[in-house]
Write a new protein. Structure first.
Length: 450
């Protein structure tokens, strides 16, 4: 097992990783920017290294700064968390060169799944269902229109370097093809420095259902069931849950098999997520594979009763997996609490948190780095806490979440707590009959302001 783990991240996930490392008897090193000097991850780690000014590019995103911190602390492993360098293959490669273990898959796997066309081609070969579309990159609009016509409108243009919705455009009729093509290409070029585009049939009103997988270094892959992440806004997830209210035993068996196939075909190592689009007829299609631990991993931890960070570290250390898949033994929901004003287009609301009281009690978990007197910096992601509730059934879980949200006191900044209070009382949410379009016609009542 590793002796000293450097956590190349900040906020709640840095704390989350430190906790597990301590329980495993592994020493921890925090890195921090000058904006995070007073952060809890700095306090709770065994050692801490300042890696630069507030800007991410000069701190948490700087491979040189992180490698320097590894060197001076003599860490033998690096955990990237999520975001920042978590899916940067060059960073993983640099770790290999310096003989420090990157807690995650190999650089080759990260590269393969990072390029969406390559990922899709790999899945087709393995027999994982994908959305019908172009055979790889599309050169120009003439060819593009021909392909779109053959597939049938509506279609969606996607950037091969994309993910998270950037460089993506719907096209509903041929007249709009050229303008949408230019928009997708320009956005892809500006965001990723790669303007490669491919085309797919547009799946209308899909659900976003993802499977958690784990692979060991010997080719064994298992799944830990699904999470439903359909409640999103501008490609930012707001709420996640497990099991999916849409899931059936038969569908889980089929999708679970496909998720394992997706992992096995690249000999996936570590924890990963296979994202699927699921249409109203329960057809499912591979969308992307995330080669990192995800924000919403706690809902899976709660329903299968395992520490995913511990499993991730064990896989990185070369341990072997046991045989079986896991199915939910309870229901869990996570609400992302962001420093944003839900009454003002979810505008960021950084600043001093004057009071902070977290909900507690049976089946209630709060993952957070925030405390009374903490100042939310304006430089990073606006998520300040995750509220996770667990109960026997979805209905009880929603009841518990309502109670927990009412206990949450956060003063000094605006947060998304009022949004979640409203959502837990929304009939469509309660019925479980929703898709990724849910937020398009959601209106937040003033009464949740208090
Ligand atoms: C799609 C789609 C419909 N049809 N692909 C969004 C982000 C990226 N990972 C893929 N995305 C989508 N791909 C086809 N062929 C709809 C989306 C999509 C979406 C997917 C999951 C969760 C929220 C979404 C919101 C808008 C669009």
């Amino acid at each position: 097992m590793f002796k000293k783990l450097l956590i190349a991240n900040r906020g709640e996930i840095a704390l989350r990783i430190i906790r597990t490392a301590k329980e495993m008897g592994i020493k921890t090193v925090a890195v921090y920017s000058t904006a995070d000097r007073d952060s809890l991850h700095v306090r709770f780690a065994d050692e801490a290294v300042c890696i630069g000014p507030p800007s991410s590019a000069e701190s948490y995103l700087s491979v040189a700064k992180i490698m320097a911190a590894v060197e001076i602390t003599n860490a033998d492993a690096v955990h990237p968390g999520y975001g920042f360098l978590a899916e940067n293959a060059d960073f993983a490669e640099m770790c290999d060169q310096y003989k420090v273990k990157f807690v995650g898959p190999t650089p080759a796997m990260i590269r393969k799944m990072g390029d969406k066309i390559t990922a899709k081609e790999t899945m087709i070969k393995a027999g994982v269902p994908v959305v019908p579309g172009s055979d790889g990159l599309v050169k120009d609009t003439k060819l593009g229109k021909k392909i779109a016509g053959d597939i049938g409108y509506p279609v969606i243009l996607k950037a091969t370097a994309g993910g998270g919705g950037k460089g993506m455009r719907e096209v509903w009729k041929e007249d709009d093809f050229e303008s949408q093509w230019d928009a997708a290409r320009n956005e892809a070029s500006a965001s990723f420095g790669n303007d490669g585009i491919y085309i797919e049939k547009f799946v209308e009103e899909p659900r976003h259902i993802e499977f958690q997988i784990i692979g060991d270094q010997y080719g064994k892959v298992i799944h830990l069931s699904e999470r439903d992440c359909s409640i999103q806004r501008r490609h930012q997830k707001l709420v996640e849950e497990s099991p999916s209210p849409f899931m059936t035993k038969a569908l889980r068996t089929k999708m679970g098999k496909a998720a394992i196939l997706a992992g096995e075909c690249i000999k996936y190592e570590g924890v990963g997520t296979v994202e699927f689009l699921v249409d109203k007829n329960k057809n499912f299609y591979f969308m992307e594979m995330n080669t990192r631990i995800q924000v919403e991993h706690p809902v899976t931890e709660e329903v299968i009763d395992h520490d995913l960070i511990k499993e991730q570290i064990k896989m990185a250390a070369g341990e072997k997996l046991g045989g079986k898949n896991y199915i939910p033994q309870a229901h869990a929901i996570e609400c992302r609490i962001n420093a944003e004003d839900p009454y003002n287009d979810f505008r960021p609301s950084p600043g001093l948190v004057s009071s902070f009281h977290t909900p507690k009690g049976h089946g209630v978990r709060v993952d957070t780095h925030t405390y009374a007197g903490y100042s939310v910096p304006p430089y990073y992601d606006s998520m300040i806490a995750k509220l996770i509730c667990k109960a026997k059934t979805r209905e009880e879980c929603i009841t518990k979440m309502k109670r927990a949200l009412d206990e949450f006191i956060i003063e000094g900044i605006k947060t998304t707590v009022p949004f979640h209070k409203a959502l837990m009382r929304d009939e469509r949410f309660i019925s479980g009959d929703f898709n990724t379009g849910f937020m398009k016609d959601f209106e937040l009542d003033e009464k949740y302001k208090k």
